[in-house]
Every structure is written in C-alpha cells, then in structure tokens.
Design a binder for this molecule. Structure first.
Ligand code: 5GP
Ligand code: ZN
Length: 112
C-alpha cells in the first residue's frame, strides 16, 4: 500500500521509535502517547482493519495476540496493560492499517 502511513513506517520511509520487529510484526511508540507507555503493534502485511480479516490471517492474528504480554513487559508494564483496537470510522480508527494499541503505566486514562 504505497500511500499508507504505517506501511511507510514499516519500510523505514518515515521515522519511528521502533521497539521490536520480526518477520510478521512491527512495533513502535505512538507519536501522541495517551499514557507513559503507548505502543502500536502492526502486521507487516497491509490489512486495513479487523473488518478485512479472513481465514488466511488466523495465524498472524494469533501470533500478534501471543506477543502482546511480552511486548508490554519489555516496556516495564509488569502488572498489566490495556489493549485497544479501533475499527473503521465508527470505531475511531484514524490510520487504515490494522494496529493494536498497548497502553499502561503512569497517566493511563480512565476507561468508561
Ligand atoms: P487509531 O485512532 O487509528 O486507532 O490510532 C492511530 C494512532 O496512530 C494514534 O494514536 C496516533 O497518535 C498514531 N499516529 C498517527 N500518526 C503517527 C506517526 O506518524 N507516527 C507514530 N509513531 N504514530 C502515529
Ligand atoms: Zn499499510
């Protein structure tokens, strides 16, 4: 996806504070953090949102979920973390490349 912000970040065309990378995912700090720790976990393959998932993505999605706790712990979140996935305009999604927010630590806002 040539015009996708997160694809450009994954490709290194736009700088980011990278936390982790492997063959399937790219993880970096949110540019506008909502808590002391605020990471974005994105698949390297361009998937627009949860609304575009299909059976072929099962292994990838499971892998992303399985990595979350270790990623949170790597940032010092030893006693838990929050995950958020926004989907579509109605869900407040601003960047049309699937991403899981990991939040925690000081200044974690209330959720209600
Ligand atoms: P969404 O609202 O789509 O779930 O979340 C998009 C997130 O991407 C927002 O929290 C926003 O701060 C973050 N973001 C937008 N542009 C950039 C950028 O250029 N770099 C980084 N690191 N984060 C970004
Ligand atoms: Zn993309």
């Amino acid at each position: 996806m040539s015009n996708c912000l997160f694809c450009k970040i994954i490709a290194g065309e736009i700088p980011s504070s990278k936390v982790y990378e492997d063959d399937q995912i790219f993880v970096f700090k949110d540019i506008n953090p909502k808590a002391a720790v605020h990471l974005l976990v994105v698949p390297k393959t361009h998937i627009k949102s949860l609304d575009e998932l299909s059976d072929e993505h099962q292994t990838l999605i499971a892998y992303m979920m399985l990595e979350l706790a270790d990623l949170a712990r790597s940032q010092g979140l030893d006693d838990g973390f929050r995950t958020i996935i926004n989907t579509g305009a109605g869900g407040g999604q601003e960047v049309a490349h699937l991403h899981i927010h990991i939040l925690g630590g000081k200044d974690l806002p209330g959720f209600n």
